[in-house]
Write a protein that binds this ligand. Structure first.
Ligand code: 5AD
Ligand code: SF4
Length: 469
């Protein structure tokens, strides 16, 4: 495995930009505005990558459509985290044979995490002859060149060479939302949790320089973005590779001190690196959302060890307690895996107990999915599928009860919200913790503004409120 991060030079980025310009002129000469369909699977990091893909495609002259039918270019940005997501991708890529037949000249690219696994990208290359190009996350920045090869040289592209990962600054971006923006602060992961494929497909941890992150945030705020999410697989290890003495809490504080009216949040945090300093910085800065996504994965210490997580449930609980002691209003959310190989009924009950004690606002629950090449996939796994599903349902029922109770607790409170749209005769808004609030007003001029909302009622999925000014 290659272990050295490559920072893409300005000269190389300029060369890609020149190729993009060439492609744009190629289309202009034909008197045509080509359209691209970019389909995204998986997490926020993939969403952010797709925004860069759209940004690059725009510089190549492309407009956008939301279906593969009739698109001149289809880009499928894949996710490898669980078997189910991977299966869906294979199914959908298979179906593109027909769309391609109906639209002469359609080109198809497959990228994203699945293409970071050589076994999978080779299967894609060998079994799906209608695919024109394949590239892994490390080769996204070269998209103009990939497109040039396919479109103009009529060749196929297979860019999956192993790498510890790259940092390419200043790639163009087309953002999907005009109020909320992702800001990647680092890429990759060094943790090698025993069940997880991410470190194999996204390379080693590498941080962007603080001044580059701050500059991007400054520019987003100036453009009117109100809700920034700092993104990384494990934001808490930000900066360790830079050696500048700036850790994540420092970076977050610097972002929160930028001028303008905005909220900043972050994900994802690994409990082993989440520091009390980070909670203190949050408590001291109003612009940081009172929300913390802190995946615990399992409530049992033997399982946590087998997962290679480097914390135990007592340490985890202590972090939550500390967070609540400095910010009573903080919203915690988490990820949890049910049915890790060898998990017993008693071990699963430790997970239920943790969920019951912490009372998360929301929980993202997953049934363990073996990923070939990870250590956990080699472990004996005697628990039947039905038993795992039954555990999953029990966990879900518990969390649904807690979510509902928590929803009711909001009634009577006044919260800061960001008004983000209109639905029928209501305005829709989000709390700091990401809850949907339907506001009983139709004053569209308020969209894009922060407001105080008094919560008057709650349904299972949303809160009802009124403006409290
Ligand atoms: N099986 C099930 N869930 C997984 N996750 C990561 N790898 C797996 C896997 N092999 C979950 C973890 C992680 C979230 C993004 O996906 O809970 O936090
Ligand atoms: Fe996967 Fe663990 Fe890294 Fe998260 S911290 S991406 S679960 S290896």
């Amino acid at each position: 495995m290659n272990t050295k991060t490559t920072v893409i030079s300005e000269a190389e980025l300029r060369r890609q930009a020149e190729i993009a310009q060439y492609i744009k002129e190629f289309w202009e000469k034909q008197g045509k505005t080509p359209v691209a369909f970019v389909d995204t699977y998986g997490c926020q990091q993939n969403e952010a990558d797709s925004e860069q893909i759209r940004g690059i495609l725009e510089t190549c002259g492309y407009g956008f459509t939301d279906t593969a039918e009739g698109a001149d270019l289809v880009v499928i940005n894949t996710c490898a985290i669980r078997e189910h997501a991977a299966q869906r991708v294979f199914g959908n890529v298979g179906a593109l044979v027909h769309t391609k037949r109906r639209h002469e000249g359609q080109k198809i690219f497959i990228c994203g995490c699945m293409m970071g696994k050589p076994e999978i990208s080779e299967r894609m290359k060998n079994s799906y002859r209608h695919v024109d190009g394949i590239f892994s996350p490390h080769h996204l920045w070269e998209l103009p060149e990939h497109l040039y090869r396919v479109l103009i040289r009529h060749r196929k592209v297979y860019a999956v060479a192993d790498s510890a990962g790259v940092i390419a600054e200043g790639l163009p971006v087309v953002r999907t939302n005009r109020l909320k923006a992702w800001v990647s602060i680092m890429y990759g992961c060094n943790n090698f949790c025993s069940y997880c494929i991410v470190p194999y497909v996204r390379g080693r941890e590498r941080s962007r320089r603080p001044e580059d992150v701050l500059e991007e945030c400054r520019s987003l705020i100036a453009q009117g973005y109100k809700d920034l999410t700092l993104l990384g697989q494990n934001v808490n290890s930000y900066g360790k590779d830079l050696g500048l003495g700036v850790d994540f809490a420092d970076l977050l504080e610097q972002v929160a001190q930028l001028d303008g009216e905005f909220t900043v949040r972050f994900m994802t945090s690994h409990p082993k690196d989440a520091s009390r300093k980070l909670f203190d910085v949050m408590a001291a800065n109003d612009k940081i959302a009172r929300q913390f996504h802190l995946p615990f994965q399992s409530g049992n210490d033997r399982i946590l060890k087998a997962m290679n997580r480097h914390y135990d449930s007592a340490q985890y609980r202590a972090l939550i307690d500390y967070g609540r002691s400095v910010m009573p209003e903080i919203v915690f959310t988490s990820d949890v895996i049910v049915g890790f190989p060898g998990e017993t009924e008693a071990e699963f009950e430790d997970t239920l107990r943790l969920v019951e004690d912490v009372r998360y606002d929301a929980l993202f629950t997953f049934i363990y999915s073996p990923r070939p090449g990870t250590p956990a996939a080699e472990l004996p796994d005697p628990t039947p599928k039905e038993e795992k599903s039954a555990r999953f349902e029990r966990l879900l029922a518990l969390q649904n009860r807690i979510s509902e109770e928590k929803h009711k607790e909001y009634i009577g409170r006044t919260l800061r919200v960001l008004i983000d749209g209109r639905e029928d005769d209501c305005l829709t808004a989000r709390t700091d913790g990401g809850r949907l609030v339907r506001l009983q007003t139709a004053d569209e001029t308020r969209i894009g503004q922060f407001a105080q909302a008094r919560i008057t009622d709650a349904t299972t999925w949303s809160l009802i409120g009124e403006l409290a000014e």
